[in-house]
Design a protein around this ligand. Structure first.
Ligand code: FES
Ligand code: FES
Length: 154
């Protein structure tokens, strides 16, 4: 058994320590908001936070998360920054098929938690690893600027 902290809750996962966080979340904990895209840290669909930093859960083993805090898309509606990001996503009608979007939101919230007023270059750098096959990039950038304005005003 591996003990993990997921969204502030202590959970036990019956899986090999080398199991990627992605599969522990989806298969052991039935938390399916985190998506599998490439499995090779190339698309960002599986992005979660580990102690607040955006990481690719498809290549991060649960052994690396012991004693650390895992945060997933499921916790974002209850988080002030996550809430602001989701509200901006809705205002800008960002999602198309939606598959990449939980990863996009997780990268955006990690960015805004560390930097409430990122420049366009900082937004581009933070989001560069998140691929969207539907090409929603412009709306993602607009929504992040919008969320940044609400987070800075709060
Ligand atoms: S599934 Fe993890 S980066 Fe693509
Ligand atoms: S909204 Fe379809 S892949 Fe991004």
């Amino acid at each position: 058994m591996t003990r993990l902290d997921v969204n502030g809750k202590a959970v036990e996962v019956d899986a090999d320590p080398s199991t990627p966080i992605l599969w522990a979340l989806r298969d052991n904990l039935s938390m399916t908001g985190t998506k599998f895209g490439c499995g090779m840290a190339l698309c960002g669909a599986c992005t979660v936070h580990l102690n607040g930093a955006a990481v690719r859960s498809c290549i991060t083993p649960i052994s690396a998360a012991v004693g650390q805090k895992i945060t997933t898309i499921e916790a974002q509606p209850a988080d002030p920054v996550g809430k602001a990001v989701i509200a901006a996503w809705v205002r800008h009608d960002v999602a198309q098929c939606g598959y990449c979007q939980s990863g996009q939101v997780m990268s955006a919230t990690a960015l805004l938690k560390g930097n409430k007023r990122p420049t366009d270059a900082q937004i581009d750098a933070a989001m560069a690893g998140n691929i969207c096959r539907c090409g929603t990039y412009q709306r993602i950038r607009a929504a992040i600027r919008d969320a940044s304005a609400s987070v800075s005003a709060a």
